[in-house]
Design a protein around this ligand. Structure first.
Ligand SMILES: [Zn+2]
Length: 300
């Protein structure tokens, strides 16, 4: 090693603390990518849930509380999708990221929520989606809302870099708009087409792109299907001429495949978490969703 190399190495080591990053913990990988887009290299972000987890059934682990105890910013989907994180927040004993504190970000703030129950909520409605449909991130317009909430959070905990965060956010919002135009063009020929979904996770996606949710494989969110319900789904598909069943990547395939066989339809697996099906960013995830749905509707 030359003297110059040693000096360079020393300089790198000495200067590392000067670029101390903001530690951010998110509940899901989709949000972790949005944090990266807004925070750039000012943030160090990790997600609690893994891409292969069922978003409604994430099992808390002690390591998650440890991660939260060190975080300066906590970012969640909100509504009832990540209620599993609440006990972890209590266990982490980090007052700066509790609800109402400066390091707490609920990305659902400002989202136009769909399927919000009117009147009394009772157990016959299933035990999830209690505050409306929480899968709003699959509408790219809502990803911008989430990114804006993240932007506000980063500005609160790291005001010194507010301008940089603002610029990153605006660049991301611009990229979403550009992608959205292309995605809408790709799905425009199928406007009004009926599709069956496994779970009500694509309601926002389908509404954004003008597709119709004909039926769900689950009779209610979180309730497994009975043979009678599956027969009904097959009947509805046959009479509507529906040939596409959309299934999230982490679901068992047997119910959807049984329905597809009977109805002469195709099962299309969609990545619904960044990191699933080879995706590495939010935009890439939605890109894969759109291209798989378009290909299936085109009969390819
Ligand atoms: Zn759900």
């Amino acid at each position: 090693m030359t003297k110059r190399t040693v000096l360079t190495l020393l300089w790198v080591l000495v200067s590392l603390p000067a670029v101390a990053q903001v530690r951010v913990v998110t509940t899901f990988t989709d949000l972790a990518d949005l944090v990266k887009q807004v925070g750039g290299n000012r943030v160090q972000v990790s997600a609690l849930a893994r891409p292969q987890d069922d978003f409604h059934l994430v099992t808390p682990r002690p390591s998650m509380a440890l991660e939260l105890s060190r975080a300066r910013l906590f970012v969640r989907v909100g509504m009832d999708l990540d209620l599993w994180a609440d006990d972890l927040l209590t266990a982490a004993r980090n007052a700066s990221i509790l609800r109402g504190a400066s390091g707490y970000v609920d990305c659902s703030v400002g989202v136009k929520k769909l399927e919000v129950p009117t009147g009394r909520v009772d157990p016959s409605m299933g035990d999830i989606h209690l505050y409306g449909n929480p899968h709003y991130l699959f509408d790219p317009v809502n990803a911008k809302v989430a990114a804006r909430n993240i932007l506000e959070g980063l500005k609160r905990v790291d005001p010194a870099h507010a301008t940089e965060y603002q610029q990153n956010y605006e660049a991301f919002a611009q990229r979403v708009e550009e992608h959205l135009k292309r995605w809408q063009q790709a799905l425009a020929p199928y406007r009004g087409a009926p599709v069956v979904v496994y779970h009500k996770s694509l309601t926002y996606f389908l509404q954004r792109f003008g597709l119709q949710e004909l039926a769900t494989v689950e009779p209610k969110p979180g309730i497994p299907p009975s043979p009678g319900h599956l027969r009904e789904v097959v009947q509805r598909m046959k009479s509507a001429g529906c040939r596409v069943i959309l299934v999230e990547h982490f679901r068992p395939r047997r119910f959807a495949e049984a329905v597809a066989r009977e109805a002469g339809a195709k099962v299309v697996v969609l990545p619904v978490a960044v990191g699933a099906e080879g995706t590495s960013s939010y935009l890439q995830m939605v890109d894969t969703m759109v291209s798989r749905v378009a290909a299936a509707l085109a009969g390819r």
